[in-house]
Design a protein around this ligand. Sequence first.
Ligand code: HH2
Length: 331
Amino acid sequence: MIYPRPIPMSDPARSPGALPLAGGPLWFDRVEVLGRGRAARVIPAADLDGETRDRLAGARPALAGLSLDRPRIMGILNVTPDSFSDGGRYLDGAAAQARALVAAGAEILDVGGESTRPGAAEVPVEEEIGRVLPAIRAAAGLAPVSIDTRKAAVAAAAFDAGAAILNDVSALGFDPALGPLAAARGTPVILMHMRGTPQTMQDDPRYDDVLLDVFDELKARLTAAQAMGIPRERLVADPGIGFAKTAEHNLALIRRLSLFHALGVPLMLGASRKRFIGTIGGEPQADRRAPGSIAVALEGARQGAHLLRVHDVAETKQALALWSALNGRPE
Ligand code: HH2
């Protein structure tokens, strides 16, 4: 088994035969070929078989009406009293916060009512529904809304209230009713990689090769989702930064993020304000981690991520506008 990682380059560096990177604004003409127990080697993209080339280069389908030909900002609207990054400040002002996120440049709003920070306890279904519904109702007319939940009952209520996308940190591995529900409702599904549960996931996570293991496990979840009746065109993959991963694991995944384009679906990155940013950036306070979060978001954009899940929307949008002007495909 080989793992082909397209090596991204920006428009000014593009060679005549370069291919678009996963339908986005960047290009590639070389591929780093990775494999277990073998040294990486770099080959011309022209040497790949046609199917692999198409998978790495092909345009990704629109997500809830949003074209994915450039990086899109998903603004985080957490309505959890114990969320690590905003301390539940948004529980009451969800409508105002939704408007503020959209005004600041969020193109999708991700509503979550259960904290998934390391060690967090499970929230009873009724309580989770009670938290997310007012936020979804307030947000649904403003931008496409994703519901960040592992539970079918919560997702069903969220879809009824106007959510258009499912974001499941368990990649449909927690509640067996969730996949069939998303299949029946026809919603896109974001499959995030994690091992264990938020309570246990940081207990000494180990991988043979974190990049290739996460790739294989996500690929298996994509296959499982399709077996549940969700077509590939409606799936998104996310390596799950900080979920069952050490800081070193997170860095290894982000450094070679473009490998995940070999899954052939849109790619999402969620690193905003996470612990490793505080550790490496020397900032213990989560809401002061925008600079480090933006550095990681821009690296995500450089590797062709289609969706960036962030707290600091205005700051990320400004950074991305400059990044796009310098690196993106000219209009
Ligand atoms: N991270 C968090 C929650 N949901 N979903 C996806 N797809 N990708 C992620 O990286 C991701 C996610 C955790 O971040 P946050 O929402 O800020 O924290 P909390 O769950 O404590 O509210």
